[in-house]
Design a protein around this ligand. Structure first.
Ligand code: PBG
Ligand code: ZN
Length: 323
């Protein structure tokens, strides 16, 4: 027997390219965007280097850049300091998200706009739902969430993306959208969303850290993947068009299982903490940012995600276009 020479396939750049098993291009990327009530110009975010609080009036500059790089979609987060118990800025016609969605649709009509649908950036408690006596109420929250979804659809969102983890929100949103004749507005459900440590940098940016307690009463325990599969199954039954796993990097096994089990598009959220780890290490010259980011995004696609929400979207698209 002769030596089995596997290195033959690794000899040159072009051989490696021909036999590469996972190929990613910008069509797999969605760029998250923060739009703030208070920002008068782009304001850099300390916990998320390379990202900004955008005034809604200027956010078209960013989506034009994304468009020119071949990025097909953005995920809009509204940010405000104007918080109250009923989360009124979440569904206001002139709320930060609603204004931004309209601006994005007029600057870049082809851009697919996903609107994060949640209350935590708008409640005085920082919880994802309506609170009474320090309890996060389910059904009362669902009502406000459905109303928020309709207001985002009215502003022009292509998909609403509920990230609150209340029970029954998907069916309630579908019904509310249908009743208001938003028949073509889709739902991308954060179906498998875990109570993770990985959202830290995001909460600083959205000022949505809970004032008391934590999110373990509604988000899934990070190591309970059967619960996550049940949550995905339920959301698909309730009418979700796309389901998401979040965070992605610490749940690649779930992405693979979900891909095998469900026949709807599957997205993955490469969350703020995962981004921050790469950024922090790269800043110290401990890792090469480009190679680390591409390896991570490739892993998510390889596991079975059809597309990935990532804070690396702009840079990653540039790197992919360079080849
Ligand atoms: C709001 C929301 C969060 C994220 C997306 N939507 C924060 C949370 O649940 O606390 C996290 C995004 C990230 O960390 O990148 N419900
Ligand atoms: Zn929330």
């Amino acid at each position: 027997m002769t030596v089995k020479r596997l290195r033959r396939l690794r000899q040159s750049e072009n051989i490696r390219r021909l036999v590469a098993e996972t190929r990613i291009d910008p069509s797999r990327l969605v760029l998250p965007i923060f739009v703030s009530d208070e920002a008068e110009e782009e304001t850099p975010l300390e916990s998320m280097p390379g990202h900004f609080h955008w005034p809604s009036s200027r956010v078209g500059l960013l989506t034009k850049q994304a468009e020119s790089l071949g990025i097909p979609g953005v995920l809009v987060f509204g940010v405000t300091e104007d918080k109250d118990p009923g989360a009124s800025r979440a569904f206001a016609h002139d709320g930060p998200a609603q204004q931004a969605i309209a601006e994005i649709k007029s600057s870049t009509p082809g851009m697919v706009v996903f609107a994060d649908t949640c209350l935590c950036g708008y409640t005085d408690t920082g919880h994802c739902g309506i609170v009474e006596n320090e309890k996060v109420l389910n059904d009362a929250s669902v009502e406000v969430i459905a109303r928020t979804a309709v207001s985002q659809a009215e502003a022009g969102a292509d998909f609403v993306a509920p990230s609150d983890m209340m029970d029954g929100r998907v069916v309630a949103i579908r019904r509310a959208l249908d009743q208001t004749r938003h028949l073509d507005t889709g739902i991308m459900s954060y179906a498998a969303k875990f109570a993770s440590s990985m959202y830290g940098p995001f909460r600083k940016v959205a000022s949505s850290t809970p004032a008391f307690g934590d999110r373990r009463g509604y988000q899934i325990d990070p190591h309970s993947h059967r619960q996550a599969l049940a949550s995905i199954e339920r959301d698909v039954d309730e009418g979700a068009d796309i389901v998401m796993v979040k965070p992605a990097l610490v749940n690649l096994d779930l992405i693979k299982t979900a891909r095998e089990r469900f026949d709807v598009p599957l997205s993955a959220y490469n969350v703020s903490g995962e981004y921050a780890m790469v950024k922090a290490a790269a800043a110290k010259d401990w890792m090469d940012e480009r190679r680390a980011a591409m390896e991570i995004l490739g892993a998510m696609v390889r596991a079975g995600a059809d597309f990935v929400m990532t804070y690396h979207a702009l840079d990653a698209a540039r790197w992919m276009n360079e080849g």
